[in-house]
Design a protein around this ligand. Structure first.
Ligand SMILES: C[S@@+](CC[C@H](N)C(=O)[O-])C[C@H]1O[C@@H](n2cnc3c(N)ncnc32)[C@H](O)[C@@H]1O
Length: 184
């Protein structure tokens, strides 16, 4: 696995519930996720965000979890089973330069990429794939960790996302993250 990619052992730390104190999935997703939606989690790791998202979409919804590392996806499936939401989680191991989500063209109601874009070398391609998967008028939420990503780097990421056709709706700073919301 490439050096810039978060190792699987760190995935266990990222899934720690204490993280909710400063990055609460339910609060972040409240404006965007409704029952029955199909949600795309890019770089899901072990599902710190996917499991709450799966509870929010309910029995009729789906969370598509895509990650480059099989170890992350296997651990996510175990955690989803324990949480009783495996039935509404669809997992996929992708390539470094492709999310392999062509079959979701215009089918995603809400997409998010949290602490992942800085790990992806082919950012333009990644964003284009997300754009194609999202339904028109629907939201894409991005967050990047301040510790790894400078303000300038985040501004560049925002520009790449806008260049793909997204409209920037909101940009904010959380305690440890840069955040932005876009609309297709
Ligand atoms: C720092 S972790 C963040 C995980 C999760 N979003 C969270 O906030 O808990 C980044 C994740 O992105 C995944 N990743 C890295 N490059 C990727 C790529 N090109 N496509 C999909 N996932 C990728 C890594 O395997 C890792 O699980």
């Amino acid at each position: 696995m490439a050096e810039h990619v978060c190792p699987v052992w760190v995935g266990h730390l990222l899934a720690n519930p204490v993280r909710k104190l400063f990055q609460n999935p339910r609060k972040i997703f409240k404006p965007y996720i409704e029952t029955g939606m199909t949600v795309l989690d890019i770089g899901s790791a072990m599902g710190f965000f996917s499991l709450p998202a799966a509870k929010m979409v309910g029995e009729t919804g789906t969370v598509v979890c895509v990650d480059i590392q099989e170890g992350m996806i296997k651990a996510l499936e175990k955690r989803a089973k324990r949480a009783g939401v495996l039935d509404r989680i669809l997992t996929r191991v992708c390539f470094e330069d492709s999310l392999k989500i062509d079959d979701f063209k215009n089918r995603i109601d809400f997409a998010y990429a949290i602490a992942v874009i800085h790990e992806v070398p082919a950012k333009t391609n990644l964003i284009e794939e997300i754009y194609n998967a999202l339904k028109p008028d629907h939201h894409f939420f991005v967050a990047e960790p301040k510790g790894h990503v400078s303000n300038k780097d985040f501004a560049e990421t925002i520009q790449i996302i806008k260049n793909a056709g997204f409209t920037l709706l909101d940009q904010s700073k959380a305690m440890m993250n840069w955040q932005a919301v876009f609309k297709k």
